[in-house]
Design a protein around this ligand. Structure first.
Ligand code: BGC
Length: 356
């Protein structure tokens, strides 16, 4: 597992004369980094945004000594636009967004650019956007881990697979599905018997969609490639109602409390852990670099085919989690022992060798 993402380097260039000329004559507010605005997408598509990202972002910016204004658009692109307008009006120097769709995200970034505000795509790439940096995980690898995880749970046999993909407006969802297909399509004994994208990653709609796909397949479903823990949980609910939970492996992502508990209980085959701590630290580093006229250390570029450009990127490594390493998420601080191993899960944690 990749461990540290050094923030240390960026605090060191605050000395007197590092020739930090503002370039295009932008605003000159006395502070070194000004204020960073971050807009999270919603509270429903995954619990991660409020339960993992927000606290990690608060901690990362506090540690870096940078003022941050973190808000949530509550799944409403118009609201995100309004929040962005207000943040730009308030004089943020850097604006980071998790877009709700590329079109609204690109419009926000264009406005920011006009106002001389640098932008960062946090977690989701804005196609046709103008972000200075893209901070995320390698999302194709996320999909590959999901595909491989499902294949490991299914083993070598004939298997009918249903895909519950993420929102069609989320570029990540496209990458997750591509990554998963690249692994599963290569296994001849597997057959796709249903595949659908879930608008806005809506968990309730996911249950309805999965029920329909399940019925259409006459209940002959052997594995479910669900793009995150919320969608996985929806599928597990339907399987449960049909006496199939625990018999049909289901994937997930985000290593949420519920996802990890499902993995321990055996109703979910795996999840993918993406450390919010690392992603938030990478965002803070990129934001500070932009605010101080420096450069963040990138891992490469990501092609934005729609915008015809390569976006400087910091992409982190996702980790596949099965029953064997649920404890690693807890040890890394991704979730707490108290949350995951509460109530009926206490014994399952002990069985899995997870201690407080
Ligand atoms: C994120 C996932 C998340 C999903 C729904 C994706 O863009 O990468 O971690 O589960 O959105 O919010």
């Amino acid at each position: 597992m990749s461990a540290t993402f050094a923030l240390a380097g960026c605090g060191s260039d605050d000395g007197g004369d590092d020739g930090n000329n503002a370039g295009d004559g932008g605003s000159s507010n006395g502070g070194e980094t000004g204020k960073v605005g971050v807009i999270l997408p919603d509270t429903e598509s995954s619990v991660r945004w409020e339960s993992a990202d927000r606290p990690a972002l608060e901690a990362a910016f506090e540690e870096a000594g940078v003022e941050a204004d973190i808000q949530n658009a509550e799944g409403d692109a118009e609201r995100m636009t309004q929040i962005a307008d207000t943040m730009i009006g308030d004089g943020v120097t850097v604006l980071a967004i998790v877009n709700l769709d590329s079109e609204s995200g690109a419009a926000i970034q264009e406005k920011a650019a006009t106002a001389g505000v640098a932008t960062i795509d946090y977690d989701r790439l804005t196609l046709g956007g103008s972000a200075d940096y893209y901070v995320s995980f390698d999302n194709t690898v996320v999909g590959e881990l999901q595909g491989q995880g499902l294949a490991d749970c299914l083993g070598e046999k004939d298997a009918n697979i249903v895909y519950l993909n993420g929102s069609p407006t989320d570029n990540n969802a496209t990458l997750f599905a591509e990554g998963a297909h690249s692994v599963l399509d290569a296994i001849d004994s597997y057959k796709v018997v249903g595949e659908q994208a879930v608008p806005d990653w809506d968990n309730e709609e996911a249950a309805t969609i999965f029920q329909q796909l399940y019925t259409a397949a006459d209940g002959k479903v052997d594995g479910v490639l669900a793009a995150n823990d919320g969608l996985g949980g929806a599928a597990i609910g339907v399987l449960e109602a049909n006496g199939q939970a625990g018999k049909v492996p289901v994937t997930g992502q985000d290593a949420t409390v519920e996802g990890l508990q499902n993995v321990l209980a055996g109703t979910q085959c795996m999840t993918v852990y993406k450390s919010a701590k690392l992603e938030a630290a990478a965002l803070a580093e990129a934001a500070i670099a932009l605010a101080t006229g420096g450069e963040a250390e990138t891992t490469g570029t990501t092609e934005d085919a729609e915008g015809g450009r390569d976006v400087p990127s910091i992409l982190l490594d996702p980790v596949s989690i099965t029953k064997d390493n649920v404890g690693d998420v807890i040890a890394d601080g991704g979730q707490s022992y108290a949350d995951v191993c509460s109530g009926e899960y206490a014994d399952l944690c002990t069985e899995a060798g997870i201690t407080e």
